[in-house]
Design a protein around this ligand. Structure first.
Ligand code: PLP
Length: 413
């Protein structure tokens, strides 16, 4: 071959696989007739299929025939109707932070983009270098903050493995020991991966510590409506922080609650202490966006804006969200009942007590490997995390049989 000799890429090492995508890949190649993918992070119907929300289809059809739409760039900060409606959805229209005009949004590439924008702002503008994430947390939190240049990524205790619930004491203790200029990521609801959320009383205790320690709060809200089926209940934490007068960021994702996974639809909702600060903050966020994705995509944001700003579509959407949440709740009960009926050792109360799409089953790494290798049931190693909506009435007996076998014949570690 003519041209330069050698290659710039000779010494490029293979990067470690991204667990969830590696599992999906293995699942696709697996030809076993009973294979089940419990690892995927997306909603599935009873037929095991992705679901386009009916209200999303309605909004899309209207978009196709709208002669006023075109493919011009959106503003750097994104579609205004979308940003404003997203912040209102999160905080409630009567929140002091909205009424007093202290809130604004910046459209981002999904929840991940909003977290990255928050991290870049904290690093570049506020000069933060320490962030606390829950132990465990969504796999990407640490990576995003590392990519933004944070050199100190610490964990606060969260999951109590013995009791399969929240280690509140550990969490409060770790946050009390945080150094100055620390930020913390909190999951608004449906904590990923544990499915364990603080109660309202516990949120108050957490807020007390964060306030006393002046820790900057970034709420990750990827599942509003998905947890309880009620968008107001699921927004308790950000609404409470706003009422208490916190300045904070919330990274909102519309991937799950609108089923807009591939449209990269997210919003960074910024609550400030006074309206006067908004312009400076926005200008800095825009500079960061300009160097990352320059302008956000239109399609998903336009759908969300249409639905949130139209009473009838908004009501339909709330019903669609309930449909998804209820299916997950029913599946929790189904799995729980079947495990109990089979007499599988262990208490399985956590399956029905956990919240949201995921459940930390408590299966150990060797038991997970057993399920993958011998039953072709794919799930995440950490905590044996499963996606509850991947369970169907057709596969539940097979899944229960496999879990029973793993628990009774294979040691946890
Ligand atoms: N935060 C959490 C806790 C998540 O579970 C996810 C997605 O799985 C995200 C953020 C990212 O969402 P998005 O796909 O909108 O980037």
């Amino acid at each position: 071959m003519a041209g330069q000799s050698g290659s710039f890429f000779n010494d490029v090492q293979m990067a470690p696989p991204i667990e969830v995508f590696a599992l999906i890949d293995r699942f696709k190649k697996d030809e076993h007739p009973k294979k089940v993918n419990l690892s995927v992070g997306a909603y599935r119907t009873e037929e095991g299929k992705p679901w386009v929300l009916p209200v999303v289809k309605v909004a899309e059809v209207a978009m196709v025939s709208d002669p006023t739409l075109n493919h011009e760039y959106l503003p750097v900060a994104g579609l205004e109707d979308f940003r404003d409606a997203s912040c209102k959805l999160l905080l409630g229209a009567d929140s002091p932070a909205i009424v007093e005009n202290r809130t604004q949004g910046v459209q981002c590439l999904g929840g991940t983009g909003a977290i990255r924008l928050a991290a870049e702002f904290l690093k570049r503008v506020l000069k933060f270098d320490t962030v606390f994430v829950s132990k465990p947390t969504w796999g990407n939190h640490k990576g995003v903050f590392k990519a933004a240049g944070f050199s100190s990524i610490k964990e606060y205790r969260y999951w109590n493995d013995a009791n399969k619930n929240l280690d509140l004491e550990g969490m409060l203790q770790d946050l009390k020991n945080a150094p100055e200029k620390s930020a913390v990521i909190l999951h608004a609801c449906a904590h990923n991966p544990t499915g364990v959320d603080p109660t309202r009383e516990q949120w108050k205790l957490i807020a007390d510590v964060l306030e006393a320690k002046k820790i900057f709060v970034l709420i990750d809200c990827a599942y509003q409506g998905f947890a309880s089926g009620n968008i107001d209940n699921d927004a308790f934490a950000p609404r409470y922080f706003a009422e208490r007068g916190f300045e904070f960021f919330t990274a909102q994702s519309f991937s799950k609650n609108f089923g807009l996974y591939n449209e990269r639809t997210g919003n960074l909702c910024v609550v400030n202490r006074s309206p006067e600060m908004k312009a400076q903050v926005k200008s800095q966020l825009e500079i960061i966006v300009r160097t990352m994705w320059s302008n956000p995509p239109n399609h998903g944001a336009r759908i969300v804006a249409s639905v949130l700003n139209n009473n009838s579509q908004f009501n339909d959407w709330k019903e669609n969200v309930k449909t998804m949440a209820n299916r997950i709740l029913n599946n929790r009960k189904l799995l729980y009942d079947k495990l109990r009926a089979k007499g599988t050792p262990g208490t399985w109360d956590h399956i029905i007590n956990q919240i949201g799409m995921f459940s930390f089953t408590g299966l150990g790494p060797r038991q997970v490997t057993h399920l993958i290798d011998n039953y072709h049931i794919y799930l995440m190693k950490e905590g044996g995390r499963i996606n509850m909506c991947a369970i169907t009435s057709k596969n539940v007996d097979y899944v229960v049989e496999a879990i029973h076998d793993a628990i009774t014949t294979v040691p946890k570690t």
